[in-house]
Design a protein. Structure first.
Length: 131
């Protein structure tokens, strides 16, 4: 495979560092945006109004992430479900019932999700104090 020079792709040596820096800064900003918008915070935000059907939660989260310019992975639904399960009282993967952030108000498998706002507040405060 033949390597292309900077000149071949229309960049001079002086420009290449500027372009590289711009790409680096853009990638860094994108990572910061992703780091500042984890799925769990989006789940809490989507569920604050009250118990919501899973599909509606996913739609809310997807719309918000698109508005922020965040990518939506091909298995977005599965990724969100995994986070929900990890913090849900209804999951064998989740924490103890009295420590869980999420629960299913109509029972496991109903498709309705809810957030325990008191626990979510404690969780969010703890994470915000970490820096």
């Amino acid at each position: 495979m033949e390597k292309l020079s900077l000149e071949d792709i229309g960049l001079g040596y002086g420009q290449s560092i500027d372009v590289c820096l711009a790409l680096y800064e853009a990638a860094k900003a994108k990572k910061r945006l992703r780091d500042e918008n984890p799925y769990i915070a989006d789940l809490i935000r989507a569920l604050i109004p009250g118990p919501t059907h899973r599909r509606r939660v996913l739609d809310i989260m997807e719309k918000r992430r698109m508005e922020l310019g965040l990518s939506i992975p091909p298995r977005f639904d599965a990724a969100v479900q995994s986070v929900y399960n990890r913090f849900s009282a209804d999951s064998t993967l989740g924490p103890a019932r009295d420590e869980a952030l999420f629960y299913s108000p109509r029972g496991k498998g109903s498709g309705y999700w809810a957030v325990n706002t008191d626990r979510a507040l404690v969780w969010l405060k703890a994470r915000s104090q970490r820096g």
